[in-house]
Design a binder for this molecule. Structure first.
Ligand code: TZP
Ligand code: MG
Length: 216
């Protein structure tokens, strides 16, 4: 059975920023102890199936006695192999219909969208949540689309028909305006991965998100 999906603070891992697979595992452990509510395994680099499988397995183990779900970016085979809680795909990955057919109804399925045209073609009955972004410029994703900014994000949030996280260039100093669009949560890479003090970085993020939600 998959775990509940709480999108409040969604950690998207990056092995380069975390210092390899052990670094990702360590980052995840500390981040989850300090308030991260969902974790995604993702890499800009191509990893061999074997390395990635072992990374996913190690992350599943770290999360095993927590309520925090593990989702796998792109690699449906690895998600199935380790029985992850879900899969996240982008616009150029396996189509949502195919991904859903492969993973069944007992795993979460997330889809990235960057603009209104993409949002309008989402098959809502097949998708559990959206990742909307980038909201602000980011150097973490090399092929990132143009940043939406807050006004466009607000339009997307008001049009969507399922929960969503905002992603891209988000940190403690700009998350308040993002959360106040009414979006369910935020997803971060560099605001946690590679930070000198993961515990402090995570607890500051979650505190700021909760404050911003209370002010809506
Ligand atoms: N998708 C859109 S932007 C992005 C992804 C995976 C990278 C976000 O990284 P950061 O470091 O939080 O800006
Ligand atoms: Mg992808």
């Amino acid at each position: 059975m998959k775990k509940q999906l709480d999108l409040t603070l969604y950690l998207v891992l990056d092995p380069l920023l975390c210092g390899g697979i052990n670094g990702m595992v360590n980052t995840t452990k500390i981040a989850v102890e300090n308030g991260v509510t969902a974790v995604q395994l993702r890499s800009e680099q191509d990893y061999s199936g074997k390395n990635w499988y072992h990374a996913a397995l190690a992350l599943k183990e770290v999360l095993s006695n927590t309520p925090v779900p593990l989702l796998i970016n792109d690699h449906v085979d690895i998600a199935l192999a380790i029985d992850a809680d879900g899969v996240h795909v982008g616009q150029s990955d396996l189509p949502v219909e195919v991904t859903r057919r492969l993973i069944g109804n007992d795993k979460w399925l997330g889809l990235s969208v960057s603009n209104l045209a993409q949002l309008e073609s989402v098959p809502w009955q097949l998708v559990d949540y959206l990742g909307i972004g980038p909201i602000f410029p980011t150097t973490t994703k090399k092929d990132a689309a143009t940043a939406t900014g807050i006004d466009q994000l607000t339009k997307l949030v008001n049009t969507k028909q399922c929960p969503a996280v905002a992603i891209g260039g988000i940190g403690v100093n700009n998350l308040t305006e993002v959360v106040q669009t009414g979006i369910e949560g935020i997803a971060v890479v560099s605001a946690i991965c590679g930070q000198a003090d993961i515990a402090k970085a995570t607890s500051e993020l979650i505190k700021k998100i909760r404050q911003a939600k209370e002010e809506i």
